[in-house]
Design a protein around this ligand. Structure first.
Ligand code: B1M
Length: 215
């Protein structure tokens, strides 16, 4: 079995220590970090996701697999990020209130760092006011929100409404994403940008900031 397939297999078994070891080994073997991410770590998580949907595995198994994925990501992070010299902007990122999924958010965080952003990750289950207070505190350019549950998507609207109430809506670029979110929903709630994946989010964020700097 190749190292990449082994990463996927061990991740599905929730074996964080082995996943860390194998990711390190794959890097040493000269594997492309994107292949390690997509064909190893995310492939394993997707398989678990499919089995979760079919009730073949349950929350505890998914949780340990997610921990193994996050452990692998910590090893891979420096390889995925090639930061430029000057930070292009500041972004606050979090998963919305009621939602504990953080893998996608962590990936977006990494890609934004790689695109040269200074990132303030405020975690999961984040209240609307916490997004806003943090953005005000650090002088952010962008507020990034992630949601993985259809039941928590409306929280994005809550944040945007709170920004409006405080007269701060135009001060921030609001970006949204996560598996159940789409362009139509983003438009409905008045977000500025929806992107489908972490790399597109980082690319869009960079373009927006550069365009703004051009005036
Ligand atoms: Co949950 N879960 N989960 N879960 N879980 C899903 C999301 C689900 C689709 C599974 C299923 O039924 N098929 C389902 C949601 C159904 C729905 O709402 N329609 C679900 C459910 C139901 C639940 C619980 C309610 C289960 C329960 O308790 N009975 C519960 C809710 C807990 C809560 O949040 N309050 C729950 C719990 C959990 C765990 C804790 C066990 C674990 C999370 C652990 C963790 O994150 N640390 C977990 C997991 C791992 C999943 C699945 C299997 C995988 C999610 C994931 O990490 N994917 C998921 C099934 C699935 O998605 N196939 C599922 C990999 C990640 C890289 O993808 O996060 O989509 P994703 O991020 C992508 C893009 O969406 C995008 O970029 C990333 C790719 O580059 N993106 C952005 C994300 N954020 C972005 C922001 C942007 C731009 C792009 O701009 C700002």
């Amino acid at each position: 079995m190749s190292t990449i397939s082994e990463i996927s297999e061990f991740l599905q078994k929730g074996r964080a220590k082995n996943v860390k070891q194998l990711v390190t080994q794959a890097i040493e073997e000269g594997e492309d970090p994107k292949v390690i991410l997509n064909d190893g770590l995310l492939n394993g998580m997707m398989s678990i996701g499919e089995r979760f949907k079919k009730n073949e595995v349950f929350v505890p198994e998914v949780l340990v697999a997610a921990r193994a994925l996050n452990a692998g990501l910590t090893i891979l992070e420096p390889k995925l990020i090639e930061v430029g010299n000057e930070p292009v902007g500041k972004a606050v990122i979090g998963t919305v209130k009621g939602d504990l999924h953080d893998i996608g958010k962590n990936l977006v965080t990494m890609m934004l760092k790689g695109a040269g952003f200074e990132i303030f990750d405020i975690g999961v289950d984040v209240e609307a006011d916490v997004f806003i207070d943090k953005a005000e505190e650090v002088g952010a350019d962008i507020i990034c929100m992630s949601a993985l549950l259809t039941t928590t998507m409306p929280q994005m609207q809550v944040v945007i409404d709170a920004l409006k109430e405080k007269g701060l809506r135009d001060k921030y670029i609001v970006m949204v994403g996560g598996a159940p979110v789409n362009q139509k929903f983003a438009e409905q709630i008045g977000a500025d940008y929806y992107t489908e994946d972490a790399a597109s989010c980082a690319e869009a964020a960079r373009q927006v900031i550069l365009k703004r700097a051009e005036g």
